[in-house]
Write a protein that binds this ligand. Sequence first.
Ligand SMILES: Nc1ncnc2c1ncn2[C@@H]1O[C@H](COP(=O)(O)OP(=O)(O)OP(=O)(O)O)[C@@H](O)[C@H]1O
Ligand SMILES: O=C(O)[C@H](O)COP(=O)(O)O
Length: 587
Amino acid sequence: MASKKSVSSLKEGDLKGKKVFVRADLNVPLDDSFKITDDTRIRAAVPTIKYLMSNGARVILSSHLGRPKGVTPKYSLKPLVPRLSELLGIEVKMADDCVGPEVENLVAGISDGGVLLLENVRFYKEEEKNDPEFAKKLASLADLYVNDAFGTAHRAHASTEGVAKYLKPAVAGYLMQKMASKKSVSSLKEGDLKGKKVFVRADLNVPLDDSFKITDDTRIRAAVPTIKYLMSNGARVILSSHLGRPKGVTPKYSLKPLVPRLSELLGIEVKMADDCVGPEVENLVAGISDGGVLLLENVRFYKEEEKNDPEFAKKLASLADLYVNDAFGTAHRAHASTEGVAKYLKPAVAGYLMQKELDYLVGAELDYLVGAVSSPNKPFAAIVGGAKVSSKIGVIESLLEKVNIIVLGGGMIFTFYKAQGYKVGSSLVEEDKLDLATSLLEKAKSKGVSLLLPSDVVIADKFAADANSKVVPAKEISDGWMGLDIGPDSIKSFSETLDTTKTIIWNGPMGVFEMEKFAAGTEAIAKKLAELSGKGVTTIIGGGDSVAAVEKVGLADKMSHISTGGGASLELLEGKTLPGVLALNEA
Ligand SMILES: Nc1ncnc2c1ncn2[C@@H]1O[C@H](COP(=O)(O)OP(=O)(O)OP(=O)(O)O)[C@@H](O)[C@H]1O
Ligand SMILES: O=C(O)[C@H](O)COP(=O)(O)O
């Protein structure tokens, strides 16, 4: 992994007298009289601009505002000038356009340390089309590029993505780094922790087999460093997690089977509560000794958890003195125990795992941004499979803006086949995503992204380890049969495609790898990625079951990064900020 490049790596020698194109997200809310009703985004952009100013750069500041169709005075950036000038302590100049001769004249007049704000870049339809000629025009104004528009980072527009191809270096601003700059549990010392009740949200959503045996303990092991740190500093740990997606209290999704392994890894007897709020839990919390750990029952037994219900978040918060979020795998969910609770407990800090994941993955994101210019890490492929079709199919749309190749497997593929009119038997299908699947296929084509679907599949006559199975062309699944793995031809063609890449992110197994008969596709892809890692390809595996699959074949330590988050790592890659991270205090 190339080192991440941030604006802070550029010094006075790189910046003095240089024209720097800064894309910020200044899309702030305005009232009917064009008064800014919330200036958060302007304030957020200040550190990068000030840094550039103080190093003698000439700042050309660009943003969009709203979603104008053509030049629309209502969406002018003019009302922002006074507040920007005030925050930056200089008189910010404003251009009436964002390209063209008049703008070029104004750019020529910027003094060292000065700032020129360009008019709304979306007044040109070429912006959203990521038109190369328009991107070149923007780029021609400047010497280098800083992207600080995290809120717009998931859009491949001319000023957010296209322009980076024509300006070097292209680096990330401070806001883009913000996701990785949260206060960490390591900043809390014995004096802050001894005797304190600490609410630790972990992602202990591990795979269990039919007899409730843990089949992969990666996520439990990953949570240990934070808990041990708290224990060794005399804290009283209240440990919380979800498991699966229960609707109400469902014994099958109890966290009880985790207690022995947790106790073993922590070297103490972990206590367990039958609930996660209420008087009985309060009693048990009162009984935790310094360095002790109480595991709360599955927080998703309450529907209020996923609704991020404030009253429920308050109840959780009332158990503790401070909050540590170490649940990276669930950080993309704004739930009561991952986001809401942070409002009521101070400090609210990131655990070691959260920190480690963000350092790697947000770093990867920033690298990608740099890669858009010098392309060291391209071709870039995403492999998406697994069973959470409805929550991940949407991610593919954003991935189309980021990657060169998308490989689909697992339960994800049948919605695409059905959308194309093929018979899929009783395979997993999201009926309400058929139109989306069709539009994704078209979009991929128009963007020149290769979207690969398996050409053959292993089908079964029931969802069971002892099912009858056979390999058939993907388009010929008979009624009564279901696709449970990719077939040998697909393994071959996927492998050949992956051979051409430099970066691969994989989330979601290729088949039902928990059953031997349907494990070949997943195992072959795991082996391929391990082999490619050895050849210098960056390989990132994310997700509870995906990591379990790679562990099962003993290849986890061959990969560049094993992430405990599946959906979470994909959303980061999309350029989204994670609510569970943003809710935490700044370092
Ligand atoms: N063709 C298929 N039909 C049904 N289930 C499948 C199929 N292929 C794979 N699966 C199942 O998908 C599950 C994993 O999917 P999932 O999307 O949860 O991935 P993950 O790696 O756990 O990511 P996350 O951490 O986001 O949950 C496995 O249990 C596997 O058996
Ligand atoms: O397995 C995961 O990706 C996390 O535990 C989050 O689970 P969820 O997709 O059910 O929110």
